[in-house]
Design a protein around this ligand. Structure first.
Ligand SMILES: [Zn+2]
Length: 219
């Protein structure tokens, strides 16, 4: 009995020490992943698609119509492997425009390209620069779009933001279980490098990357 108690005590100590040695980086359980401005920066987009494939992750790519036309092969690959969203035809600031006047050219035209590639596309829309008015929101919802903003972005569209800074940002930001965060990634070199590391850490810590569809069914 005495030995048993000692062994039990020792095994508890070992368990406590081993759990302390590997501190969790994140506290979230689930995240949503999205990318903006695709398929601009085509070489980086290809690497991002490879990384998502390697980690078995589904994300949403908010695409620019003129970039879909410029890089049809990458557009096709995104449509086969990931979910596409609408990010206007020319990355226009819709807040500075009369949306009903530019709707056909900027949003409908882009959606037609997306629908031709992905016939059952869910019609997600993200406004360039995050700029949208409440009347514009109503207008787009009436047209059947779901407006998708974001909760977290390391702003690494800016070349000055390093891979380490992107990772540090997510290490400090993903510390709350209160809400499933929608993450906005861009298509820079630091986006590519940080994404692979981040998804590896998510796997180690059992964090699920859920689709926008699943996310919308939960909120
Ligand atoms: Zn954008």
């Amino acid at each position: 009995m005495k030995y048993f108690k000692q062994i039990l005590f020792l095994s508890i100590i070992v368990a406590v020490l081993s759990s302390c040695s590997k501190e969790k980086i994140y506290l979230v359980n689930e995240v949503v992943l999205s990318f903006d401005d695709a398929p601009n920066f085509p070489e980086n987009v290809v690497q991002i698609l490879d990384i998502l494939d390697k980690h078995h992750v589904k994300a949403t790519f908010f695409c620019i119509g003129e970039a879909l036309r410029a890089y049809p092969e990458i557009a096709e690959r995104i449509s086969v492997e990931q979910v596409m969203g609408n990010h206007t035809y020319s990355h226009i600031n819709i807040l500075k425009n009369n949306l009903s006047e530019i709707f056909d050219k900027e949003i409908l035209q882009t959606q037609e390209i997306i629908d031709s590639l992905q016939p059952s596309n869910p019609h997600y829309f993200r406004p360039p620069f995050g700029k949208i008015g409440s009347d514009q929101r109503r207008f787009l919802i009436q047209k059947g779009y779901t407006i998708i903003m974001w909760d977290l972005s390391a702003e690494e569209w800016n070349d000055k933001v390093t891979t380490r800074q992107v990772l540090n940002y997510y290490h400090t930001s993903l510390q709350s279980k209160a809400k499933i965060p929608v993450i906005l990634f861009h298509l820079n070199t630091s986006s590519v490098e940080a994404l692979d590391i981040l998804l590896g850490e998510f796997e180690e810590e059992g964090i699920s990357v859920i689709s926008l569809e699943e996310y919308l069914s939960k909120i």
